[in-house]
Write a protein that binds this ligand. Sequence first.
Ligand code: SAM
Length: 306
Amino acid sequence: PAVPHEKKMNGISAVIPGWFSELSPMWPGEAHSLKVEKILFQGKSDYQNVLVFQSSTYGKVLVLDGVIQVAERDECAYQEMIAHLPLCSISNPKKVLVIGGGDGGVLREVSRYSSVVQIDICEIDKMVVDVSKQFFPHLAVGYEDPRVTLHIGDGVAFLKDAPEGTYDAVIVDSSDPIGPAQELFEKPFFQSVAKALRPGGVVCTQAESIWLHMHIIEGIVSACCQIFKGSVNYAWTTVPTYPSGAIGFMLCSTEGPAVDFQHPVYQIDEDEASNKSKGPLKFYNSQIHSAAFCLPSFAKRVIDSK
Ligand code: SAM
């Protein structure tokens, strides 16, 4: 949306010329801003507006429909947590499905596991994949793994058609529930995820911010409690370039061998954590895994009541 440029007075300025400001009805009354050094790409796909710019302090930044998806400096906090929280909670994951995640960052993390034999990814927007391969090689490196198969299409339809009981883990790396990702936050989608998982299989889905979106989180938790008969947990992490600087994950398991998400059964080993082509893990470790499930009281009250 167009915002009038104001002259900066006493630090008060809605939008500063030459800065990117993240305005959205999903966080009314606030807008995180980054100084733009250079615009590298601007395009419009069948699904969304795609922008890549060089920021002065967070490296290159990928923006979809005006909302920051990835910044080079802090992407590790998101990709490592959304992948290793579920995968370190089960033993020997073999088949993993990623929904969304077209930048390839989650693939990079999943492909660290030597037990994994098959990695499917279903991303709706080919432009995101192409742009990531061009501008974000440290993320798109995930596509170089021969275990990865890319499907361009809607994740909702892909999961509806997925054979029952196939995956050990499903990771839903989606954008916000406005636009193409809306259905990825709804009950029928979670039902398809549960069906595609093996007994005791796990899902980890991007689940918004406790500071901004408790009403959305409440809905996701309620739906998941009805659908996933194993465990249902909410975890969170800090990502400075995401709205409010925090992002959460919904972690659930299907009925079957019990999964205790708060106590990882697998400690990602030295080789996997310091892989040559992918670089070392920057954010995730076993301590931060368990700590991610500790919630502030206001959020705990709501989530535990479901
Ligand atoms: N990995 C990122 C990070 O570091 O934060 C975040 C988001 S990722 C780029 C979100 C992706 O979900 C986008 O590429 C978007 O095109 C994709 N997406 C949105 N709706 C989708 C759907 N229905 N099916 C599959 N992919 C979808």
